[in-house]
Design a protein around this ligand. Structure first.
Ligand code: AMP
Length: 419
């Protein structure tokens, strides 16, 4: 396949300049496949996840369509609407639109919960061309007639599977019902369960389907390993790992918000620069936590799964699953926060005996057993049992790691996957 440039796929000068400023020279596969059709006005069903370059894949044609003519948007009546499941993802999309649209006169506004409603309404009054938002606050502004969707010609629904997981289906139906028939729509989803397929059926007209292979499933660039450890020894194990400066930008995932706070407090007490990110934090706290992590002012971010998708921070050296997720898909999303944009990454999981079934489900999903970094799986001599053995992480973790130096231990603290 010949590599096309952005100019060859028909993008306008102001967008090419913005791309050059971002040093995006070669379209990613989803961009190469989706942009020409979207420029032609086709609907799109995109099966791809964060990390594929999907934001620019829909943002570039959307900006180009809106640039045409000398149309201005009326107050409260944007011409494009982009829905995202989380505030963080909405903010990232807005940021991409601003950067890629920097050479145009198009204006973007964000409409998300947890931030000043008043300011958002004032921004709507100025007639933005594009609105990026989460379903709850969008419906809220629609209900008070501070947002009209009758002028929307470009509609994007991002991370549709996540939207449904988070229970947004009613809001989405309400929003779609308010959109005019005469529009172009794109729907993106990392997975395509029947609920998403039926949502897509109702939303898209004769869409082109672009599917980008789920790289994270095989995750060749992510070194994955597991420490078998008791719950009470996890804290010391985390401290032990973080003593290694190679752990330069680390996301630690916990199952609960309380757990995230507790781990963050422990790390802070131990002198680490750390923030917690979860659904109980205000929008400004969440943004501050991400900003500090991005800029390197905080070395560790302790997060729950709600934050796993859509966090796009480059240079995450390690993802640590302090607790294993119950859903194997969440594991894939979590570890996908490292090894972004082609860089190598390390994912380390802590597994106590109660989490062993979750580990097995994860291994089934990823298709390969994780390399064992320390401790032993519950059933001695194999992974087929579920009873904890006497060796199950009952040694102090630091010693366990030292004494059982694994064969394929790598200098950065990670392990090569056994795959
Ligand atoms: P996304 O899947 O939209 O979250 O994008 C993932 C990452 O890829 C983001 O950090 C983008 O800035 C980056 N990116 C998107 N398109 C390109 C491109 N054509 N070349 C290089 N990086 C890109």
């Amino acid at each position: 396949m010949t590599v096309q440039t952005f100019a060859e796929i028909g993008l306008a000068e102001p967008l090419l300049h913005a791309l050059a400023a971002q040093t995006f020279t070669i379209p990613t596969p989803i961009q190469a496949s989706a942009v020409p059709g979207l420029l032609d006005g086709r609907d799109l069903l995109g099966i791809a996840q964060t990390g594929s370059g999907k934001t620019a894949a829909f943002a570039l044609p959307l900006l180009q369509h809106l640039m045409g003519g000398n149309v201005r948007s009326a107050p409260f009546a944007p011409r494009a609407l982009i829905l995202a499941p989380t505030r963080e993802l909405a903010l990232q999309i807005e940021d991409t639109l601003r950067k890629l649209g920097s050479q145009t006169r198009l204006r973007t506004t964000i409409v998300i919960g947890g931030a000043s409603r008043h300011r958002q309404v004032e921004a709507m009054r100025r007639g933005p061309d594009i609105v990026v938002g989460t379903p709850g606050r969008i419906c809220d502004l629609m209900a008070t007639r501070e947002l009209h969707l009758g002028a929307v010609r470009q509609f994007v629904l991002d991370e549709a599977d996540r939207m449904l997981d988070l229970g947004f289906i009613k809001d989405i139906r309400k929003i779609v019902a308010a959109l005019p028939q005469d529009r172009q729509s794109a729907l993106f989803s990392a997975t395509m369960p029947t609920e998403v397929a039926s949502l897509a059926n109702g939303l898209l007209r004769n869409p082109m389907r672009v599917e980008i292979e789920r790289k994270e499933e095989t995750a060749p660039k992510i070194e994955q390993s597991v420490h078998f450890v008791t719950q009470s020894a996890k804290r010391a194990l985390l401290a032990d790992l973080l003593a290694d400066p190679a752990f330069s930008r680390v996301i630690v995932f916990t199952r609960t918000k309380r757990g995230a706070n507790r781990v963050a407090e422990d790390l802070e007490d131990a002198g680490h620069r750390v923030n917690a990110l979860h659904g109980n934090k205000s929008q400004s706290q969440r943004e501050k936590a991400l900003d500090q992590f991005r800029s390197g002012r905080a070395r560790v971010l302790v997060a729950t799964d709600i934050a796993a998708r859509g966090i796009d921070v480059t240079g995450v050296s390690h993802v640590i699953n302090y607790d294993l997720p119950v859903e194997p898909e969440s594991y894939v999303h979590r570890i996908g926060r490292t090894a972004r944009a082609g860089a190598a990454g390390v994912a380390i999981s802590f597994c106590d005996h109660a989490e062993y079934p979750a580990l097995r489900a994860i291994e089934k999903q990823t298709g390969a057993p994780l390399a064992v970094a320390s401790g032993e799986p519950p059933a001695a001599g194999g992974r087929n049992g579920s009873k904890p053995s006497g060796h199950y992480g009952d040694r102090p973790p630091a010693q366990a790691t030292r004494r059982r130096r694994p064969r394929n231990r790598r200098p950065n603290g990670g392990m090569r996957s056994a795959a």
